[in-house]
Design a protein around this ligand. Structure first.
Ligand SMILES: Cc1cc2nc3c(=O)[nH]c(=O)nc-3n(C[C@H](O)[C@H](O)[C@H](O)COP(=O)(O)O)c2cc1C
Length: 191
């Protein structure tokens, strides 16, 4: 099973500030679901908030609306195919967890399951929906976890193994793997 460590909520934005694609999980009663989502972003430090776009026609949206909760996680390269495929099939007709043989584990405060082989996981509660014509949802992060092999001393140290790195979605089945970091000391910091 993937290891995970708790992260202070105020630092939870660091888990996805680099713009990885995500997987959203949801559950309500005995129903559960999983979909891919590229249109997600951090929105605030404290309280920690996220913005996610979940199309009103998705089964995920139905479960998120009904439960007021969702799980947000950032898949490793090793599950890129799964990420694409859970974004191509609707859970309305198929239980994607059994169909794709997805292993799950539980969070602490939400019913939505988490999946393995991710770099970070967020438990989110819906606090606002966008205007009727939009698919925007704003969530508050109530728990955050990261892969302790790669999130060390409050920042990412991505693995040399490309299979463990996060991924970024372009379109049409094309992804990028998160690349090398570099650091700059601003000449203007503190001004
Ligand atoms: C890589 C990828 C990223 C996607 N990003 C989003 C997104 O940000 N928002 C969205 O509503 N749908 C997005 N989709 C489409 C949903 O994942 C897709 O409609 C999915 O089948 C919905 O499943 P559901 O009906 O089981 O909830 C994406 C699909 C892929 C493959």
């Amino acid at each position: 099973m993937t290891q995970h460590i708790s992260i202070p909520l105020k630092d939870s934005y660091k888990l996805f500030n680099h713009g990885p694609v995500s997987i959203i999980t949801s559950a309500h009663g005995d129903k559960r679901n999983i979909m891919a989502a590229a249109w997600i972003m951090p929105l605030d430090f404290s309280p920690a908030r996220v913005a996610v776009v979940i199309d009103k026609n998705t089964y995920t949206r139905e479960l998120v609306n009904a439960s007021g909760e969702f799980g947000l996680q950032f898949p490793m390269r090793k599950i890129a195919r799964l990420t694409l495929e859970v974004g191509d099939v609707s859970g309305r007709d198929t239980d994607k967890f059994s169909h794709f043989d997805i292993k799950t584990f539980s969070g602490s405060t939400i019913a939505a399951p988490f999946i393995e082989d991710c770099i970070g996981w967020l438990e989110c509660k819906v606090i606002k929906q966008g205007a009727e014509e939009m698919d925007l949802i704003v969530g508050e992060v109530v728990a955050a976890y990261a892969d302790p092999e790669q999130f060390i001393d409050g920042r990412w140290h991505f693995s040399d193994d490309p299979q463990k790195r996060s991924i970024h979605y372009m379109a049409g089945g094309e992804f990028y793997i998160t690349g090398e970091s570099f650091r700059i000391e601003s000449d203007y910091s503190g001004e």
